[in-house]
Design a protein around this ligand. Sequence first.
Ligand code: PDD
Length: 288
Amino acid sequence: MTRIAYVNGRYVPHHEAAVHIEDRGYQFADGVYEVIAVRRGRLVDENGHLDRLKHSLSELRIAWPLSRRALKIILREVVRRNRLNGDGMVYLQVTRGVAPRSHAFPDHRESALVVTARRLRLLQGNEADAGVDVITIPDIRWKRCDIKSISLLPNILGKQQAEDSGASEAWMVDSGGQVTEGTLSNAWIVTEMGELVTRDASRAILNGITRQAVLRLATEAEIAFSERPFTVNEAKAAREAFITGTTVLVTPVVRIDGEPVGDGRTGEFTAKLLAFYARHMDNQGKGT
Ligand code: PDD
């Protein structure tokens, strides 16, 4: 089956999809993106993703490529044209458009939009059961990590470093020794005292849509939590640790820098929150 991409107003075969060489995303990483999970053909937490897209665009003063309503129609159309009726993800990217290379913004306000989709196994796989290893690395990113920028060099270098050392994810650590987040996920622990902790949403992290959903699900289940920074040492002494994100859902972390977390197996809170989140994914999209 031919995959279909949406590129600036047209639906085109994925292998033919292209943007101009002077697209500012290509030259300056002057753009933002979202990754939205698709569960049984439905977009998961679409409104949360579009709200965060709005934040990213407005912080960078990039114009909406089209109205939110039209964008929702395109997202559905890309899902439909790719016959994504099972599980997968939609990627959408908005850049400041095409203009002769010059640092300052172009005069026009024609941003560029690309949307792609692909299949992805969400709830199966060993990682959710067996858990993953993380390493810790210095956070060398800029000071606006709340913006979902396509400029991801520190993240890709960190993720590659993790994979090179046999781990799945790298937790980035700020100059005060506190964990900020993973390269493509948010970081969580259940402390020695049994407190569920994830870093507070500030400019130091991306406020994950999965993170926000898990916090809501914890509130509904009357599980107390604290949104605050935690140190690497606190994480290493924790009972449980896990990561959240669109592509990793809720994945247990069983080793940090090679040291087992708790008994080195998926923890009780982690399993419970994954089960809640799986149910949340299954309840998506009705009527939106
Ligand atoms: N990454 N932190 C970072 C740095 C991320 O890149 C992501 C998501 C998250 C989790 O956010 P959410 O729950 O909204 O997916 C946290 C996406 C999936 C990516 O870059 O592929």
